[in-house]
Design a protein around this ligand. Structure first.
Ligand code: PNS
Length: 162
């Protein structure tokens, strides 16, 4: 039987921290769906189609990894994909409260879906899509924080350096 996991998020845009978590998840599961939320409450910089395309390019050739988008409840999406596991990255204690609440809510909604947390490499513990967008919008270099295609897309979108 295949082991299947879902790694959900806004991915606005995908960063090297996300890639690190996906790399770890891909060693543990036969298939990992990188699931980009369509109905995220945040006002995104990139459209869903752009986020999907950026993630697909960054993850091209990664075995067992598929980029997808989803709407509605995450646990329902996980069921549809026959995934029993939801993967989330945990960078620091500050992430915990939000992640704990989400994991417990998802458990209430569907007790068969388990959430696991993977810690990215310590060099990515400070990294977030929000910080990357802020640095890029102020003309700072984000080349060590995001894949090249994302760096270029940020440059285009924000009119900063490519
Ligand atoms: O990268 P993010 O923005 O922290 O990801 C949050 C996300 C998309 C994983 C979360 O908002 C989510 O699961 N949304 C789907 C709606 C849902 O299932 N809500 C109930 C669980 S709190």
């Amino acid at each position: 039987m295949q082991t299947i996991a879902v790694y959900p998020g806004s991915f606005d845009p995908i960063t090297n921290g996300h890639l690190d978590v996906i790399r770890r998840a891909a060693t543990m599961f036969d298939r990992v769906y990188v699931a980009i939320a369509r109905n995220s409450e945040k006002a995104p910089l990139f459209t869903v189609a752009e986020r999907v395309s950026l993630a697909r390019t960054a993850l091209r050739g990664w075995r067992g990894v598929k980029v997808d988008e989803f709407d509605g409840l995450l646990v329902r999406y996980a069921r549809r994909k026959k995934a029993r596991v939801v993967v989330r990255g945990l960078r620091a204690v500050s992430d915990f409260e939000y992640e704990f609440q989400m994991a417990q809510m998802n458990r209430q909604l569907d007790a068969a879906i388990e959430t696991i947390f993977l810690m990215p490499k310590d060099e990515y513990t400070f990294l977030s899509s929000r910080v990357v967008k802020e640095v890029a919008s102020l003309g700072g270099s984000v080349s060590t924080f995001v894949p090249r295609n994302v760096e270029q897309a940020l440059g285009k979108k924000l009119g900063g350096m490519p």
